[in-house]
Design a protein around this ligand. Structure first.
Ligand SMILES: Cc1cc2nc3c(=O)[nH]c(=O)nc-3n(C[C@H](O)[C@H](O)[C@H](O)COP(=O)(O)OP(=O)(O)OC[C@H]3O[C@@H](n4cnc5c(N)ncnc54)[C@H](O)[C@@H]3O)c2cc1C
Length: 390
């Protein structure tokens, strides 16, 4: 079967070497899987051939962008990993319409760097923006640092070209886009997308607010959100703040796309953002490698953030949209306790990282029903991401 796989593509587009398979056997979630082979399609036709081969052989394919996912979505389970790294064309930029056509493997920062001269950018910025790919961001419906102003990836997708599990190429637009955006690759491999863009901000400024008391901080949020130029509202709890040398307080990092913030010096602004963005790596080094992503409704934030602080769990995240990242040791029994509290409070257990392999045991009946309907329509032989989500 692997001989036939090798005959579908050029020799440098397929690897069954052990070191490659080991490197692709997990994503940033650290959930370990098993990889049979890695392939690097260069065209849509390559992906079509791969889907047909998988349907015939019964071996499943796992689409992979940069592998920064934190739920095992790109972790193979005795599968062939389809790396989008050679699908990196950026074709058409329509400045009037503020749209760009890109292939799935383009990393976000590379896209935004290329758009800079046109004064436009894609404003969905996950913490992993240096490497996360457009395909991975659409598949997970990524949110991130500016979600309070710009929302999630699905808001910025005009249409998506997908190779489905039958090997058909489909263009999904309008309401059909939601059959792939946020479905973590279970309906097929995204190969290209037309994205909407917005103007780069002319100015940026920041305010850092620190609070001894959580309730007093939370009481400020609605007022702060009334500023139409608000572009980020990040929270860092006292246990996380000390990791970047900030005071051990409940801290809000607030960014505006004008001069309303107290800090206006671009160098100072970038030092503060670098501190915030270094938190994930610092907490991993400090022994908290597991990142969760509950989305907590405003009325439950005092109770849940207070509980996390009392448990000495470091937390940071996008409080402007209620998505927080408490950090844990692997298998910490307080993780299910957290999600129990979040569910009771009417929050979401998958704020922005997706379900992948990690959270499928918490899949609701409604999600399972939608999953089965989509699989029947787009991927009846379970060619793509078998065993994920549900
Ligand atoms: C330090 C750090 C910070 C992060 N911060 C954020 C954040 O602020 N906001 C946020 O939303 N996420 C965040 N994440 C999670 C992750 O970066 C995002 O989910 C990102 O969108 C994944 O992109 P990727 O290219 O790495 O995808 P992968 O990890 O490679 O894949 C993710 C999922 O998408 C599927 N997929 C990938 N490419 C395709 C494709 N072409 N077609 C179909 N399916 C595909 C995979 O099968 C998998 O299920 C963070 C991760 C890290 C490590």
């Amino acid at each position: 079967m692997m001989d036939r796989l090798e005959s579908l593509l050029q020799p440098d587009q397929v690897s069954t070497q052990e070191e490659t398979r080991v490197a692709y056997s997990r994503d940033a979630s650290r959930i370990q899987g098993e990889c049979r082979a890695v392939v690097w399609p260069e065209t849509v036709t390559d992906v079509v051939r791969l889907a047909q081969w998988a349907a015939e052989t019964g071996i499943d394919l796992v689409p992979r962008g940069a592998g920064t996912g934190l739920c095992g979505g790109a972790t193979p389970q005795n599968s062939v990993v389809v790396d989008s790294a050679r699908l990196r064309q950026m074709d058409v930029l329509n400045i009037q319409l503020k749209q760009v056509v890109v292939e799935a493997g383009v990393p976000l920062d590379q896209l935004n760097m290329n758009l800079r001269s046109a004064g436009l950018f894609l404003p969905v910025i996950p913490g992993s923006h240096r490497s996360a790919t457009i395909g991975g961001m659409i598949a997970t419906n990524a949110a991130g640092l500016h979600a309070v102003r710009y929302g999630r990836m699905a808001n910025w997708v005009e249409n998506i070209i997908v190779v489905n599990g039958n090997g058909q190429v489909q263009c999904l637009a309008g309401s059909e886009r939601s059959n792939s955006a946020g479905w973590e690759g279970i309906t097929g491999m995204i190969v290209q997308a037309t994205l909407r863009l917005t103007e780069c901000p002319g100015k940026r400024s920041l305010t850092l607010l620190s609070f001894e008391n959580l309730r007093i901080m939370l009481d400020q949020i609605d007022t702060l959100k009334t500023n139409p130029e608000l572009s980020a509202m990040e929270y860092v709890n006292p246990n996380a703040a000390i990791m970047v040398g900030w005071a051990a307080k409940h801290t809000l990092l607030i960014e505006y796309h004008n001069s309303d913030g107290e800090i206006k010096d671009p160098e100072e602004i970038s030092i503060i953002w670098r501190g915030r963005e270094s938190l994930s790596a610092r907490l991993t080094q400090a022994g908290y490698p597991v990142s969760e992503d509950p989305q907590i409704p405003p009325e439950a934030q005092e109770e849940i953030l207070g509980w996390l602080f009392a448990q000495e769990i470091p937390v940071f995240g996008h409080l402007g949209v209620g998505i927080l990242h408490p950090r844990f040791l692997p298998d910490d029994p307080r993780i299910p306790e957290l999600y129990g509290r979040v569910s009771v409070a009417g929050g979401r257990i998958n704020g922005e990282h997706g379900m992948g392999l990690k959270k499928r045991r918490w899949a609701s009946e409604a999600l399972k029903k939608d999953f089965h309907a989509l699989k029947t329509q787009f991927d009846p032989h379970h060619v793509f991401n078998r065993g994920k989500l549900c």
